[in-house]
Design a protein around this ligand. Structure first.
Ligand code: ADP
Length: 191
């Protein structure tokens, strides 16, 4: 199982990714969680990342590439994974294709078992969800910026993966259990 969870902030990626990873006994790798842990631990990386995160901007690609490369090389990532919050730019996706080739020996990201799940949720629902969540970066101004950044920089990945027949689109504007059930149904069985 090699899954990328995409979707705007507040779409429910983290919740669904965590549930399914536990069910399938594979690691849930959230770049947002990794970055927040670095901020709390005040590592070099955390200090570099914090101002971007507080403003709702993306952290520079190079920092993310290092994080993901290191995490994907851990032994528990061999059996599969759910990647939540990465890739978020076309440059990250291209890097990730290359990384998968190196880790797996396949000739290209196109050839792997990789699938990209997109959770679709309308903007008004996203804003309401994020405001009620109340994380440090969940104030109205930052939320608007994160949504804008998502549309500009991350949404193009939908075409990127759909052009390779790797996209799984799911309506995320429903009860959590219904979304989980649909994901389980479409993702298991043919992996
Ligand atoms: P959400 O999807 O709810 O906005 P995340 O926890 O996935 O939250 O990410 C929080 C923040 O961490 C982002 O706004 C961004 O600043 C940073 N971040 C996480 N993943 C990436 C990534 N792949 N590339 C750049 N920045 C990232």
């Amino acid at each position: 199982m090699q899954l990328i969870f995409m979707g705007p902030p507040g779409a429910g990626k983290g919740t669904q990714a965590q549930l399914l990873a536990a069910l399938w006994k594979i690691p849930h790798i959230s770049t947002g969680d990794i970055l927040r842990a670095c901020v709390v631990a005040k590592t070099d990386l955390g200090q570099k990342a914090q101002s971007y995160m507080d403003r709702g901007e993306l952290v520079p690609d190079e920092l993310l590439m290092d994080i993901v490369q290191e995490r994907m090389n851990q032994p528990d990532a061999r059996a599969g994974w759910i990647l939540d919050g990465f890739p978020r730019t076309v440059a990250q996706a291209a890097f990730f294709d290359k990384l998968l080739c190196d880790v797996e020996g396949s000739t290209s990201g196109k050839d792997c078992a990789l699938r990209a799940v997109n959770l679709d949720v309308p903007d008004n629902v996203l804003v309401a969800r994020l405001l009620s969540r109340g994380r440090q970066d969940d104030n109205e101004e930052t939320i608007r910026r994160r949504l804008q950044v998502y549309r500009e920089q991350t949404e193009p990945l939908i075409d990127f993966y759909s052009g390779r027949q790797q996209l799984v689109a799911v309506d995320g504007d429903r009860a959590m259990e219904l979304v989980t059930a649909e994901l389980q149904q479409v993702l298991s069985g043919d992996s």
